[in-house]
Every structure is written in structure tokens, then in C-alpha cells.
Write a protein that binds this ligand. Structure first.
Ligand SMILES: [Zn+2]
Length: 159
């Protein structure tokens, strides 16, 4: 049984995420969300749609979620928990005031910074661009998200 605070917080977060035009999500359960988001405009990722799994621990928001990329970006290794300063690898940097919306926005920006780290890879620009194009035919067998129709509907904030 989930803590009522957990349930309330996650429900609020889902409402916020639903307002964003550059992403779409599927709820597997309140502890596992899948999110597809558009890469940032004017970057190697601008034609890409990236699918991530967000795992929320039962202590969330006191404890940070885990983030795992499920398709290739040339920046994060698929199916590996990634290390960001607000992910569960760095619990000291996490604060409960960070929302999932903040987290995903920061992740998109972090894709542009070639910092090495756990779960990270640094592929050349041409490879990232070709992976971005390929990402639009991705289909997730777990949440049934299909990127092909999203190619037209997911738009960047700054367009
Ligand atoms: Zn999925």
C-alpha cells in the first residue's frame, strides 16, 4: 500500500507532465512511468524521440527516482541506470522540490553536455544524428508507445 503522500505527489506530477507538448508518457503503475520526449532543438538530438523509464522508489519524493534510457541516443547507454546529479546515484544532491518535469527538462539539457559518467557514452555527432532519425521508428513493447505518430505531434517548446 502506497503512502497517501506518495500517491498525491505522483498524481500531481502526472498532471504537470500532461501539459507538456514535447513529451508523452504512459503509466505502467505509480512506481514506473515511461516517457518519450523530443530532443532539444538545434542539437544533434532535435530529430530524435527518446524513451525513458522512470522508476519511483516508495520513499519518493524523499528519495530520487532512477532513470533508464530505452532507446539509443549516442549519449546514454540503453538499459543502464544513468548518473545525474539528481538521480539516485547522488542522493545527497536530490531535493524533494525537484519535479519530474524539472528532471526531464534537465536531462534534455544534460544530453548536450559531453560529461563522462555512469551510463553515459560520447558518440560522434553524425552517429547521434542518425540515431535520432532511427529513434522515430521505436516501439516499446512494455508500454506500447509507438514513436512513429509522435514524430508529428511532439513539438519543441521553443518552436
Ligand atoms: Zn515504454
Amino acid at each position: 500500500m502506497d503512502d497517501p503522500l506518495f500517491t498525491r505527489r505522483v498524481s500531481q506530477e502526472l498532471k504537470l507532465l500532461a501539459e507538456l507538448k514535447w513529451l508523452q508518457f504512459e503509466v505502467i503503475n505509480l512506481h514506473e512511468l515511461h516517457v518519450s520526449f523530443r530532443g532539444l532543438k538545434d542539437s544533434d538530438y532535435q530529430d530524435g524521440i527518446y524513451h525513458i523509464q522512470i522508476v519511483l522508489p516508495k520513499e519518493y519524493p524523499l528519495k530520487a527516482p532512477d532513470i533508464i534510457f530505452m532507446n539509443e541516443s549516442g549519449r546514454f547507454i540503453p538499459f543502464k541506470r544513468i548518473c545525474l546529479n539528481f538521480s539516485s546515484f547522488h542522493p545527497e544532491a536530490w531535493t524533494p522540490s525537484v519535479t519530474l518535469s524539472n528532471l526531464i527538462s534537465a536531462l534534455r539539457l544534460f544530453m548536450l553536455v559531453d560529461a563522462p559518467g555512469v551510463g553515459c557514452e560520447i558518440k560522434p555527432s553524425e552517429i547521434r544524428k542518425s540515431l535520432a532519425k532511427r529513434s522515430t521508428i521505436f516501439y516499446c513493447s512494455k508500454c506500447k508507445m509507438n514513436h512513429f505518430p509522435l514524430k508529428k505531434t511532439l513539438v519543441d517548446l521553443h518552436k
